[in-house]
Design a protein around this ligand. Structure first.
Ligand SMILES: Nc1ncnc2c1ncn2[C@@H]1O[C@H](COP(=O)(O)OP(=O)(O)O)[C@@H](O)[C@H]1O
Ligand SMILES: [Mg+2]
Length: 231
């Protein structure tokens, strides 16, 4: 599935004593492809989460369109968009996102259960093995390390076999070893045919990216020629 964002922008009205407008994403166009890990670098507040939320259909842009294989997702109604997202998109949100009352296995199966899909046992085992959690499926989130929790979030995004995966700072607060493991996993997932888009301020990601953008104060710029000295 390839994604084309055309002339998208997003402005927020900040509430407060004086209302002021913040343009989190300045008018930009970009393309994201199947089979590639695209990394978007940028520091905190540069508009990365806003951009991911627009690309994944979570928020409507102030201007522009987002097309998945020529289909403008913002022309869908709420119900159609939710269905489209559930079937096609895996989202790894920033921070901790698993439910404490559920085991690793139950957390993993949750997105599929929500759309009434049954995942065969052998596929479940394969996903757990891919993320290295096969021995922890009965553990609870509070028994996992930061790296293991993040790998669970990735497993959860993989379970419906989405054609597109978005990851919002997937290695925040992780040590080098886990960081490498996560970007390696995202790269491998991309190389199996998924479009993977990750935003981060972790320069390690440059070693794994097929395509790099930078986000600076809402301005998205494509990085030509991938090298290490990014971010
Ligand atoms: N819902 C919102 N309402 C108002 N302002 C917002 C909202 N979300 C983000 N912003 C503002 O937009 C800018 C970009 O934020 P964000 O996209 O979260 O950046 P990043 O993920 O790079 O840290 C920031 O100035 C932030 O305060
Ligand atoms: Mg963010």
């Amino acid at each position: 599935m390839n994604i084309i964002a055309e002339n998208i922008s997003k402005s927020y009205i900040k509430k407060g004593r004086k209302k002021r407008q913040v343009t989190a994403v300045k008018t930009t166009s970009a393309e994201f492809d199947s089979g590639k890990l695209t990394v978007i670098f940028g520091r905190s507040g540069s508009g990365k989460t806003t951009l991911l939320n627009i690309l994944s259909g979570l928020i409507k842009p102030t201007s522009g369109s987002v097309k998945y294989e020529n289909k403008d997702i913002f022309t869908l109604n709420d119900g159609e968009l939710s269905k489209f997202r559930a079937e096609n998109i895996g989202y790894i949100p920033q921070g901790q996102s698993s439910l404490g009352a559920l085991t690793v296995l139950e957390n993993l199966l949750l997105p599929a259960a929500l759309i009434g899909k049954i995942i065969p046992d052998n596929e479940v085992e394969e996903i757990l093995k891919t993320v290295g959690l096969e021995n922890l499926k009965d553990a609870y989130p509070n028994e996992l390390s930061g790296g293991e929790l993040r790998r669970l979030a990735i497993a959860r995004a993989l379970v419906n076999k989405p054609s597109v995966i978005f990851a919002d700072e997937p290695t925040n607060d992780l040590d080098d070893e886990n960081t490498q493991m996560i970007f390696e996993l995202l790269k491998k997932t991309a190389e199996q045919g998924t479009a993977v888009i990750a935003v981060t301020h972790d320069s390690t990601a440059a070693d794994f990216a097929h395509k790099i953008y930078r986000m600076d104060a809402g301005v998205l710029t494509k990085q030509e020629g991938i090298k290490r000295e990014i971010a």
